[in-house]
Structures are given as structure tokens and as C-alpha cells.
Design a protein. Structure first.
Length: 259
């Protein structure tokens, strides 16, 4: 009997209506569509492979929503350019690639991230976490690599933040509190503006399985309302308001991956 497929890692933490496509490697990902090759013209072979797989998976997820194959070039701050009326996010780490997409009428923004369930290397935690966040991590029970999970939540948050705000979000601009029930509370130094709403706090979700960590931040569209909804059997609240090794660089820019 086979277990759940790669998509299950993210499907466990994403709202209904989000389409996910995932893979454990880069084989058989198909060709890039112009002008996508320009994004990786000078990249390493590994980077070209993960980029190509990410775009292939994104088109697969879009097809589930009835969207015809379309190029997804990279915007100036490295996010994919999605078709009109669509929000989405792509992630990749060692042994895992995934894309998630949704209709703009359902979600104002979407961010996903996947990481190996391993502690952060070197002094990375000191770069991405405040003293208060590190103290909160120390109080958590044994479980996943909490420091890597904190990093992952901030990565997913950035991917949801940037399409709405158009500016960089530093690691220190979000205070994250992880909870063992699969949720994380995110407080923003600068409120997120989505569909005319000002949101100072969001809820992220996380899941650990098969040596991997997955995180998601879904910002609901205005017509969905402001109330949180009860998620699956994890019983935590899922808010509708709302790679490889990391270096120990002192700048957030060098820590963030590329899509």
C-alpha cells in the first residue's frame, strides 16, 4: 500500500479551494515557456532544475483550476508573475518541490514554504529571530526542528506579504509564536493591507511529515469576511484574514531563497 503523495504535506494546512502540485524530485518536469529561460540563463544546473520543476508544478496546479498553460516569469523581487485573477506560491528544498494556487476571489494572497526538518546551521537563528522569539522556542516541547520551522513561517509570510505590499519584509518585522497544535501566531510591525483591511496579526499553519516541514499563510479575500474558521481535526484556528542549507549571513537578502 502506498502512502499519501507529496501534495499531502501542504494540502493538510491549506484552505479549501487551493490547488497544490508537488514532487519529490526534478525528473520529467517539462520545458520552460518564454520568457522563463531568461530568469535562469546564468544559473547553475541545480537551480535551473528546481526552477523548471517549480514552473511545471505551478502550471499543473493552474490546470486544475482550468487555467491554460502560461509563462510564469520572475518579478524584480523574485516572485512568480501569476495570471490575472490568480494568487500563488512556489517552494523548493532538498527532496521536495511544490506550487499552490488559488482564485483571487477566494484569497488575497498565499505563501507556502517547505524545509528539511533539521536544525538551522550555525548562527542563522540569531539572524532571523529576536530574543523574545528565541526564548519562546526554548519553551516548546520536543518536536520538529522549531528553529527551522520559525524560519519557514517567516518565508511563507514574506511570499504572502510582498504581492500585497510591494516592499521587502525583514525577518525582524514579524514576531512569530509557534504552537505545537500546528498553528503559529504572527504579529506584524507594519500592518498588512489587503482589500482595504488593515491586518496587524495573522495565523500561519504548519505540518511536519517525512522529514519535511511545510508552512502556509493564506490571506482571505474581503468578501470572505473577517472571522476565523475552524480547521480540520487539528482543532486549531485557520485564519481567513490572514534549500538547501541556509548560510549564516547577516542580511535577510542572502538568507532568502529564489523562486
Amino acid at each position: 500500500m502506498t502512502g499519501p503523495g507529496p501534495s499531502a504535506l501542504l494540502e493538510a494546512i491549506l484552505p479549501e479551494g487551493v490547488r497544490v502540485a508537488a514532487a519529490s524530485g526534478d525528473a520529467g518536469s517539462g520545458p520552460l515557456l518564454p520568457p522563463e529561460p531568461d530568469d535562469v540563463r546564468h544559473a547553475t544546473a541545480d537551480r535551473v532544475a528546481e526552477y523548471t520543476t517549480g514552473r511545471h508544478l505551478a502550471r499543473r496546479a493552474l490546470a486544475e483550476m482550468g487555467v491554460a498553460p502560461v509563462a510564469l516569469p520572475t518579478a524584480p523581487m523574485r516572485a512568480p508573475v501569476w495570471p490575472p485573477g490568480v494568487v500563488g506560491s512556489i517552494t523548493h528544498c532538498a527532496g521536495y518541490r511544490a506550487a499552490a494556487v488559488a482564485r483571487r476571489e477566494h484569497l488575497a494572497a498565499l505563501g507556502i514554504d517547505a524545509e528539511p526538518d533539521l536544525p538551522l546551521p550555525g548562527a542563522t537563528l540569531g539572524v532571523i529571530a529576536s530574543d523574545a522569539e528565541r526564548a519562546a522556542l526554548a519553551g516548546l516541547p520536543p518536536g520538529p526542528a522549531w528553529d527551522r520551522l520559525l524560519f519557514s513561517v517567516k518565508e511563507a509570510l514574506f511570499k504572502a506579504w510582498h504581492p500585497l505590499m510591494g516592499v521587502w519584509l525583514d525577518f525582524g518585522d514579524a514576531d512569530v509564536r509557534l504552537h505545537p497544535d500546528g498553528c503559529a501566531r504572527v504579529r506584524l510591525a507594519e500592518p498588512l493591507v489587503a482589500d482595504g483591511r488593515t491586518l496587524g496579526e495573522l495565523t500561519a499553519r504548519w505540518h511536519a511529515a517525512g522529514g519535511l516541514l511545510a508552512t502556509a499563510v493564506a490571506v482571505g479575500a474581503a468578501q470572505r469576511g473577517h472571522a476565523a474558521c475552524v480547521s480540520d481535526s487539528r482543532t486549531c484556528l485557520r485564519s481567513t484574514l490572514p534549500s538547501s542549507d541556509l548560510g549564516s549571513s547577516s542580511t535577510a537578502t542572502k538568507l532568502r531563497g529564489t523562486l
